[in-house]
Design a protein. Structure first.
Length: 392
C-alpha cells in the first residue's frame, strides 16, 4: 500500500503508481516464492469475508449473492414441499448470505437492492407470487406479510451483538474495538461517547464547536480537522498557555505535533492553515485570548513539557534537545507570568533523599499540588556560565 496527498487529502496509490519491487517468501526447499503485487481494490477472501485495502466490501456482497442465487436454483430443481423450503430459507440461506455482517460496512441502498433481488428470486420456489410488492415481502406475518429479514437491521444486530460480547474484553476482537474507538475519537476530536452523537452533524469529522465560525461550516470542517490532527490538538486545552487563556503562538504556525499521542499522518495545504487560523480567531478573539480562562488540568497533558519552575519559584528550568535541563541562577523571583509561554501547568522541582529529584504538577489557578512523579535519579549538576546544565 502507498499513499499520496492531493490538496491535503490522502489517497491510496493505484497499482500503476506503486513502486515496482518484488517481495518473496523463502520456501522449505530454499527457493523463494514471489508475492504478487495487487491493486488496493483487489479483494481477497479471509475467513469467509472478502475485503480489500480501499475498504470496499461490494465484492463480499456480490459473492454472497452468488451463493444465494445458487441455493435458489438448487431449490427450484428439487421439488421439495414449500414448508421445507421455508425452513431452508430461514436456517440455511439467510445465515449463508449474512455471514460476516459484523465485520463489513456497505451503502445501505446497495445492500437493500441486492437482498430484494434475491428475495424476489426465491419467492417462486417457495410457492409465492414473485410479483408481490416489497411491503408484503418484509411485513410481519401478523399483517399478512412474508416476514423476510431486513438486511440493514440484520447487519445492525450483528454489530451490536459484537459490541455487547467483545467490548472491554482481553481478546483480539476486544482490542480491535478499543483501537477503533481511539482512532475514531482522534479523527473527530470528540471525547464523549461517539455512538450517541448525531451522525449528520459530525460526518465531516470535526467538532461541533466550530459551527459558529462559518456560514457554511461543513465546507471548511475537513480542512480544520486536517490541521488539528497535524498539530496533535485534541481539545482547547492543548491550544492555550499555562495561564489557561492565551493561545499558544505555536498554534498559529505551520509546525507539526509535539504530542505523545499518535495522530494520523496529515499534510495540510496553505489554505488549510489559513482556514484553521480563522477558526482559532473566531473561537477566541482577535487578540487570541479567551474571555474566561480554562480550569485546572484533570489529567496529565499529552503535549511535551519543556518549562518548569522550582518549589521556591527562584529557578526556571528548560528542557533541551539532548534530554538535559538548564536553569537560570539570576536570583529573581519567578511567577506564572514569567513562564506564561509554556503550555503546561507550573511544575515544581523537589528533592527527596529516598526518591531523588522529582516533579510535582501544580494547579496554575490555585497553586495546590495535584500529582507527583519521580522523574530523575542520580543526576549531577554541571556549571555552564550563567546557566546550570542538568545531565545524567
Amino acid at each position: 500500500m502507498g499513499w499520496k496527498w492531493v490538496n491535503g487529502v490522502p489517497q491510496l496509490r493505484t497499482l500503476r503508481q506503486l513502486l515496482k519491487y518484488t517481495l518473496t517468501i523463502p520456501q522449505k526447499g530454499g527457493s523463494p516464492a514471489a508475492i504478487p503485487l495487487r491493486g488496493v481494490g483487489d479483494a481477497e477472501e479471509t475467513l469467509g469475508v472478502w475485503s480489500c485495502p480501499d475498504g470496499d466490501f461490494g465484492v463480499h456482497i456480490e459473492k454472497k449473492m452468488e451463493v444465494g442465487h445458487l441455493w435458489v436454483e438448487r431449490l427450484r430443481r428439487n421439488k421439495c414441499p414449500a414448508a421445507d423450503g421455508w425452513l431452508g430459507f430461514r436456517y440455511s440461506l439467510i445465515p449463508k448470505v449474512t455471514y460476516g455482517f459484523a465485520a463489513i460496512t456497505i451503502d445501505p441502498d446497495v445492500l437493500e437492492s441486492a437482498f430484494q433481488w434475491l428475495y424476489r428470486d426465491v419467492q417462486s420456489p417457495l410457492r409465492v407470487n414473485e410479483n408481490i410488492t416489497k411491503f408484503y415481502r418484509m411485513a410481519p406475518k401478523r399483517v399478512m406479510g412474508l416476514g423476510m429479514p431486513n438486511p440493514g437491521i440484520k447487519m445492525l444486530a450483528y454489530k451490536l451483538h459484537l459490541l455487547q460480547t467483545e467490548w472491554n474484553q482481553p481478546t483480539s476482537a476486544g482490542q480491535m474495538l478499543q483501537q477503533s474507538l481511539e482512532i475514531f475519537q482522534m479523527e473527530t476530536g470528540l471525547s464523549t461517547n461517539v455512538i450517541e452523537q448525531d451522525y449528520d452533524r459530525f460526518e465531516n469529522l470535526a467538532t461541533g464547536v466550530l459551527q459558529i465560525c462559518f456560514q457554511d461550516p461543513r465546507s471548511d470542517w475537513r480542512a480544520i480537522n486536517r490541521v488539528r490532527k497535524y498539530k496533535g490538538v485534541h481539545s482547547l486545552a492543548d491550544m492555550v498557555l499555562c495561564d489557561g487563556r492565551t493561545v499558544d503562538p505555536w498554534v498559529l504556525t505551520t509546525e507539526g505535533s509535539d504530542s505523545s499521542c499518535v495522530f494520523s499522518v496529515e499534510k495540510p495545504t496553505r489554505s488549510d492553515f489559513a482556514t484553521f487560523r480563522r477558526a482559532v480567531t473566531c473561537l477566541t478573539s482577535s487578540t487570541h485570548r479567551l474571555q474566561t480562562p480554562l480550569g485546572a488540568y484533570v489529567n496529565k497533558p499529552h503535549r511535551r513539557d519543556d518549562w518548569f519552575i522550582s518549589e521556591d519559584q527562584t529557578l526556571l528550568f528548560c528542557a533541551t534537545s539532548d534530554s538535559s535541563y538548564m536553569f537560570n541562577t539570576s536570583g529573581m523571583t519567578l511567577s506564572a507570568t514569567h513562564v506564561s509561554h509554556c503550555h503546561s501547568p507550573i511544575q515544581q522541582l523537589c528533592w527527596d533523599s529516598s526518591q531523588g529529584w522529582y516533579v510535582q504538577v501544580s494547579n496554575y489557578l490555585t497553586g495546590s499540588l495535584v500529582s507527583g512523579s519521580t522523574l530523575w535519579h542520580g543526576r549531577s549538576v554541571h556549571l555552564r556560565t550563567d546557566y546550570h546544565s542538568w545531565s545524567a
